[in-house]
Design a protein around this ligand. Structure first.
Ligand code: GDP
Ligand code: IMO
Ligand code: MG
Length: 429
């Protein structure tokens, strides 16, 4: 059995798409288990740059079955657009499987996401406004419509009739926005159904059969550990479980199906949207990371906030995900810096915190305690082995590794697939 979970160890955008594409060749299935088209995964494959939001990053490999698991929320319009874009690029989507139990993002979810953000004003979460939060709210309140409902017009209409009056009331009375009729939504969504139907499956059974037959399954996380609804910087989080446990509930496999958990982290850290960020840089160094790292959102185009690598956050990610390996990406972006800082703990009102503080106020005001390491000036984008890296770059990685007490098995030194150093990653034989 080989089930491997890949998760973001920070606030998302760690390079999960690139690493998934890099290791996916060895796998038979790549499964998204949570989130929706709030994700933006950049994959450079065969000289082409693809931005994937909903479809797993393994789609480019003809031998892989890509799966959108039950834990995801699906905007069918976006899904079909993404399928069309891939087909236009000669990438076949006919193997794609979509869980019958995944929830649907409805037009009112998108409206409510935007409206609630506007209402929060200065306190906004900074969501991607794709309807993710409202769709998960309806899932939890048992008012959601699922992918399988698309296959039965009667049930689809009945569920919509139950859900819509409350949504219309909120849209009209609270936000002064246009409302929807059942016919209007049914007509739009049942047209999508025709396209989606051939892909609908009981994906948990498919994945479990594959694992029993010793096939390899990669569970591709979206977002990151600190955006997790339970373990993240609540309320500045997404509404799903991007941590490793989410792979079990979101794909329908037991914990024994997971052999390794690979956490992806940048050699620094970024965040898009609101919320606390202890190592955030507001100076020229932060600007430099944004510029050199090209730190603009894949989904919304927003400028990402940048800061120094935070070892407290990674230690927490190791614990909540049970990370067995780390992949450090964007090491090349640090080239040319005289010194590089790493937060090893926080300080708040004279007290030292080696772990994430329990109370949000402490995290909001935490002052990072930094260790400074010497930088390197060499261009490292051509390095393919650990030994080829300049000594200071090697020492930086070893320092990170010691703080995390977890091996750095993969190092990325550029956006393309070959710009990677594989240290301890097993290949399938
Ligand atoms: P994801 O959401 O975790 O898949 O990450 P994104 O795709 O949103 O953002 C990561 C960005 O960094 C993408 O533009 C990648 O092409 C790029 N990238 C990934 N790894 C590296 C690397 O090692 N070096 C550089 N310079 N860019 C990288
Ligand atoms: P990938 O998979 C970075 C952030 C949003 C916002 C918060 C809630 O590309 O790493 P949501 O729309 O999910 O309700 O927004 O979460 N966010 C991400 N940040 N990368 C992502 O995905 C994100 N998906 C959501 O910016 O702060
Ligand atoms: Mg992204």
């Amino acid at each position: 059995m080989a089930g491997i979970v890949l998760v973001g160890a920070q606030w998302g955008d760690e390079g999960k798409g690139k690493i998934t594409d890099l290791i996916a060749d060895d796998f038979d299935y790549v499964v998204r288990f949570q989130g929706g088209n709030n994700a933006g995964h950049t994959v450079i494959h065969g000289g082409r740059t693809l931005k994937l939001h909903l479809i797993p990053s393994g789609i480019m490999y003809p031998h892989i079955t890509p799966v959108i698991g039950n834990g995801c929320v699906i905007d069918p319009k976006v899904l079909i657009e993404e399928m069309d874009r891939l087909e236009a690029d000669d990438i076949s989507t006919h193997r794609l499987l979509i869980s019958c139990n995944a929830h649907l993002i409805m037009p009112y979810h998108r409206d409510l996401d935007g409206a609630s953000e506007r209402r929060l004003g200065a306190n906004e979460i900074g969501t991607t406004r794709r309807g993710i939060g409202p769709a998960y709210m309806d899932k939890a309140s048992r008012m959601g419509l699922r992918v399988q409902d698309l296959t039965d017009e009667h049930i689809f209409r009945k569920k919509l009739e139950a859900a819509l009056p409350e949504k219309n009331d909120i849209l009209e009375k609270l936000y002064g926005m246009p409302t929807y009729s059942v016919d209007q939504i049914a007509e739009e969504y049942l047209a999508y159904a025709e396209r989606i139907k051939p892909h609908i499956a009981e994906t948990s059974a498919v994945i479990n059969r594959a694992l029993s037959a010793d096939q390899w399954v990669l569970f591709e996380g979206a977002q990151g550990t600190l955006l997790d609804i339970d373990h993240g910087t609540y309320p500045f989080v997404t509404s799903s479980s991007p941590t490793a446990g989410g792979a079990c509930t979101g794909a329908g496999v037991g914990p024994k199906a997971i052999d390794r958990v690979l956490g992806i982290a940048k050699a620094y850290i970024t965040r898009v949207g609101s919320g606390p960020f202890p190592t955030e840089l507001f100076d020229e160094t932060g600007e430099r990371l944004t510029r050199v790292g090209g730190e603009f959102g894949t989904t919304t185009g927003r400028k990402r906030r940048c800061g120094w690598y935070d070892a407290v956050i990674i230690r927490n990610a190791v614990q909540v995900n049970g990370l067995t390996d780390l992949a450090i990406t964007k090491l090349d972006v640090l080239s040319g810096m005289d010194t590089i800082k790493v937060a090893v703990a926080y300080e708040y009102q004279g007290q030292r915190f080696n772990d994430l503080p329990c109370h949000q106020t402490v995290f909001h005001h935490a002052k990072p305690l930094y260790e400074e390491l010497p930088g390197w000036s060499e261009d490292i984008t051509g390095c393919r082995t650990f030994e080829e890296l300049p000594k200071n770059a090697r020492d930086y990685i070893t320092f990170i590794e010691d703080l995390a007490e977890t091996p750095v098995s993969i190092i990325a030194v550029g956006p393309s697939r070959e710009q990677t150093i594989m240290r301890r990653w097993p290949e399938r034989y």
